[in-house]
Design a protein around this ligand. Structure first.
Ligand code: SAM
Length: 245
């Protein structure tokens, strides 16, 4: 049987492609891609020529079954998405389940991911965090989901489209009250920016953000509302003292 490789691709900066990702894409028999045209450009950049199989949200059942057949015939297949980790808010998760059910070996490669890239520079708690992905598009469902998430301890990570950002920030403020938030925009790209603020200040001055590009929202969890301020005022001071002593 073949192997199913899960291959991350850059979220903006082509230098974030790993050596291993390039090697695996060059070695497999075919590449299952969310958007074959988009992936074609990436492959051209790295001088890789491979058959591409279109695999996306709307054909995942039939194409998934076809890819499993190829794997059972002994072909090795790489699954890539448009950007970042396949299966994280992207097609691929279904294929992984099908492959595991069929007894096929699944090999994940580490690499670029927008949520974790935003989290590590957010300044918010990284010891415990929850990935919430895209919120429901419809107002009522979104409010319900935010109310559920308001109980979650640990930092929350969201993906959001630029044209929905303002309404989502307002819904978050209503559901969560005031919390720390870091808005990470255009990660790894020319206009990468971080706005580290709180929900109250954002909804009172929505103009402080530029609503163009790609965004990750990192929001303090239910347990960090109180402790955020004390963590900033106490801990670094005593830590610096200890180091200097
Ligand atoms: N699979 C990807 C990953 O591992 O991060 C996520 C794909 S999801 C369809 C696309 C969303 O990820 C965007 O709407 C945005 O919220 C976020 N995203 C992707 N690239 C980004 C970037 N360069 N800067 C900020 N957010 C980004």
């Amino acid at each position: 049987w073949g192997i199913l490789y899960l291959v991350p691709t850059p979220i903006g900066n082509l230098e974030d492609m790993t050596y291993r990702a390039v090697r695996i894409l060059g070695e497999v028999d075919a590449i299952a891609a969310e958007d074959t045209r988009h992936t074609g450009i990436l492959l051209k950049h790295f001088d890789i020529k491979k058959p591409l199989i279109s695999y996306h949200e709307h054909n995942k059942d039939e194409k998934g079954a076809y890819i499993i057949e190829l794997l059972l015939e002994g072909q090795s297949i790489a699954c890539v998405s448009d950007a970042g980790m396949p299966a994280i808010s992207d097609p691929g998760a279904d294929l992984v389940i099908k492959a595991i059910e069929a007894g096929i070996t699944v090999v994940p490669l580490p690499g670029a991911n927008a949520a974790l890239t935003a989290l590590i520079a957010s300044g918010l708690d990284t010891k415990s965090f929850a990935f919430a992905g895209f919120l429901p598009k419809r107002g009522k469902h979104r409010v319900e989901e935010l109310q559920r998430l308001s109980q979650v301890t640990g930092t929350l990570m969201f993906y959001e489209a630029p044209h929905r950002l303002q309404e989502v920030l307002q819904d978050m403020y209503e559901a969560f009250g005031n919390r720390s938030i870091t808005v990470a925009r255009e990660l790894t790209k020319k206009f990468e920016t971080f706005v580290r603020t709180d929900l109250e200040s954002l909804v009172n001055d929505l103009e402080q953000l530029t609503y163009k590009g790609e965004f990750v929202l990192i929001v303090g969890g239910a347990d960090t509302v109180e402790s955020d301020a004390s963590a900033v005022s106490d801990e670094p001071v005593s830590y610096v003292d200890a180091v200097q002593a």
